[in-house]
Design a protein around this ligand. Structure first.
Ligand SMILES: Cc1cc2nc3c(=O)[nH]c(=O)nc-3n(C[C@H](O)[C@H](O)[C@H](O)COP(=O)(O)O)c2cc1C
Length: 215
């Protein structure tokens, strides 16, 4: 069957571009909760609509609901944050320590995303030469969620200052699940078209000529 696709208007394209330029990694959240039904729908849609190698959909999302389990993650991030600071010296370490690198204390929704290492689904299609395509698929699902959330005014912040094996341990996940990301979600405290790390003078955007090459 040949379904009739919609025609995306110029206005939609402009708005889509705005969505991309207003999507931010968010570290400061308002404490008010997200509407449960709306959030669950957002999550389901993002995880159902994303592309994946062999249509394997290897991603698994765990919603961290209790403060006990969140505290365990928080404590682990604190340890790794301090450990990570050790690669810097002088002014850089002061600068690093001034940065806000997660919203774990306020984000009303927190998710751990895993990727199944060798799922039945997909029957191995497309991943024989590059098994890492499973992880790439999971990362695409995260990006879909990131954009869909922002379109609904919900911010997402990716926390990676932690150890994958520790996350499996804290969340009691099987070894076949590879930890990928910890996501904080909620309504942002502030909005900007400029990434926070640019605003904080940590890292400028990489110039276009470095990103696109011609052969
Ligand atoms: C794989 C990945 C891991 C990240 N980990 C962190 C993190 O641990 N802490 C943090 O503050 N931001 C983290 N970020 C967000 C980036 O810092 C952010 O995307 C980048 O500075 C550009 O800003 P923008 O997302 O607002 O455009 C991560 C982003 C990605 C894609």
């Amino acid at each position: 069957m040949n379904d009739l696709p919609p025609e995306f208007s110029d206005q939609f394209l402009t708005e889509f571009d705005q969505l991309l330029s207003w999507r931010r990694d968010v570290r400061s959240f308002k404490k008010n909760p997200l509407d449960e039904e709306k959030f669950e729908k957002l999550l389901i849609q993002a995880l159902k609509q994303s592309p994946s190698v062999g249509n394997s959909q290897p991603w698994r999302a765990i919603r961290l609901k209790t403060s006990e389990i969140r505290k365990k993650v928080r404590a682990h991030v604190e340890v790794e944050h301090q450990q990570s600071a050790k690669i810097y010296g002088g002014d850089a370490v002061k600068h690093y320590n001034r940065l806000k690198l997660h919203g774990l204390d306020t984000a009303p929704e927190q998710l751990a995303i895993f990727s199944v290492k060798d799922p039945q689904e997909g029957k191995g299609l497309g991943r024989q030469t590059m098994p890492e395509t499973l992880v790439w698929s999971t990362i695409m699902a995260i990006h879909t969620l990131w954009l869909k959330a922002r379109a609904e005014g919900i911010g997402l912040g990716w926390v990676s200052i932690l150890r994958a094996d520790k996350m499996n341990e804290i969340l009691e996940c099987p070894a076949e699940w590879q930890f990928i990301a910890y996501l904080c979600m909620g309504y942002p405290e502030e909005e900007s078209q400029t990434p926070e790390l640019v605003r904080e003078k940590w890292q400028e955007r990489v110039p276009t000529e470095k990103l696109i090459l011609h052969r």
